[in-house]
Design a protein around this ligand. Structure first.
Ligand code: NAD
Ligand code: ZN
Ligand code: ZN
Length: 375
């Protein structure tokens, strides 16, 4: 029978303070839960945002907590009534579940399954508690995942089983950033062949959106970022040109409308800033342009002038790129293995868990796309 595991985790004790590496206890999985050994994890902008700007852009979630929601690992043990996973399976934990039974899982219109939603959003599993503790004190699980722990426990409906030959130190990227950006272009925007696209923000999410536009056959893909160091990488993923809003006195939407003689067909916002969302929206064709919001804010308010939507533009958000998480993540892994999807090019740095704060700094200062944290 599974026992408590003692291991290392990066604990966020309070907002605004760096993480500290602690010895934590990880309880055995309860009914419908799976305990996994995390092998690799990435630092996503959302982790950084929650730690350093929780009061600004995100709703409050309780501390102490273990961040990390983009990871990959191996099943260590399974709880009662788990039939689809066994110890040794390679897996990717998911902050978006797919129970396969609810109304939303049965609908082709949404991927937003609500199984365990309310509890994982506040950092606990189905029974209202977390499986991670520090000297008897509960440590919450960010988005129900906690990939910055050597072991974690997740609901079996929040876990994708992937092929056994998949390299975990690459496919962890499909746990959040790459799936989100890629899906924003191919699933949510449904970018068409020969179209003109603009992607705002060239971090992992934005670069994955650029890749999605390229795979969909777009003929012009314009990358927009205030950090010109991102432009070379954007070209690798298929950007045909890049623009720095700081090089222009005109608002960026006007620059894009001029460059494209009337606006882009598709714009994807991957920054998380309401003013850039407005710019992305207004940079599309007035008659039929479409704008997808992938960037995250839970408190921001976006300005949409009625006149700008009246002629036929559309505006849509995307969550986890529209993918049905449990069934689609393994397919994305296959696409990577068949070289239909790039992953290696997103990884710019590699660090051990005890240097995770360096990875946070590299992301914030725009020096990294993704750092792979080895646990
Ligand atoms: P990142 O920090 O690596 O990238 C953000 C990029 O935006 C950077 O290159 C930065 O230079 C650029 N930027 C900043 N200000 C800008 C401006 N004014 N104009 C143009 N570019 C600007 O972040 P990431 O990990 O790629 O995440 C991007 C966003 O996606 C974040 O808001 C994150 O929270 C969100 N996200 C959403 C989902 C979802 O399901 N919708 C999932 C994952 C991440
Ligand atoms: Zn993320
Ligand atoms: Zn469901």
């Amino acid at each position: 029978l599974a026992a408590v595991i003692r291991c290392k985790a990066a604990v966020a004790w309070e907002s605004g303070k760096p993480l500290s590496i602690e010895d934590v206890e990880v309880a055995p999985p309860k009914v419908h839960e799976v305990r996994i050994k995390v092998v690799a994890a990435g630092v996503c902008h959302t982790d950084w945002e929650y730690l350093y700007e929780a009061e600004k852009g995100m709703k409050f979630r309780p501390f102490p907590l273990v961040l990390g929601h983009e990871g990959a690992g191996i099943v260590e043990s399974v709880g009662p009534e788990v039939t689809t996973f066994s110890p040794g399976d390679k897996v990717i934990p998911l902050f978006l579940p797919q129970c396969g039974e609810c109304e939303r899982c049965e609908s082709a219109k949404t991927n937003h399954c609500r199984k365990n939603w309310a509890n994982t959003q506040v950092g606990v599993l189905a029974d209202g508690t977390s499986r991670i503790s520090y000297q008897g004190q509960q440590v919450y699980q960010f988005l129900g995942v906690s990939a910055f722990s050597q072991y974690t426990v997740v609901p079996h409906t929040s876990l994708a089983k992937i092929r056994s030959d998949a390299p975990l130190d690459k496919v962890f990227l499909l746990g959040c950033g790459v799936s989100t950006g890629y899906g924003a272009a191919v699933n949510t925007a449904k970018v068409e062949k020969n179209s003109t696209c603009a992607v705002f923000g060239l971090g992992a999410v934005g670069l994955a959106a650029v890749m999605g536009c390229q795979v969909a056959g777009a003929k012009r893909i314009i990358g927009v970022d205030i950090n010109p160091d991102k432009f070379a990488k954007a070209a690798v993923f298929g950007a045909t040109e890049c623009v720095n809003p700081k090089d222009h006195t005109m608002p960026i939407q006007e620059v894009l409308v001029k460059m494209t003689d009337g606006g882009v067909d598709y714009a994807v916002e991957c920054v998380g800033s309401p003013s850039i969302m407005t710019a992305a929206f207004e940079s599309t064709k007035d008659s039929c342009g479409s704008c997808v919001i992938a960037g995250w804010t839970e408190t921001g308010v976006m300005n949409v002038k009625v006149e700008k939507i009246l002629m036929g533009r559309t505006l849509r958000g995307t969550y986890f790129g529209g993918w049905k998480s449990v069934e689609d993540v393994p397919k994305l892994v296959n696409d990577y293995m068949k070289q239909k999807l790039k992953l290696d090019e997103f990884i710019t740095h590699s660090l051990p868990l005890d240097q995770i704060n360096v990875a946070f700094d590299l992301l914030r200062t725009g020096k990294s796309i993704r750092t792979v944290i080895s646990l």
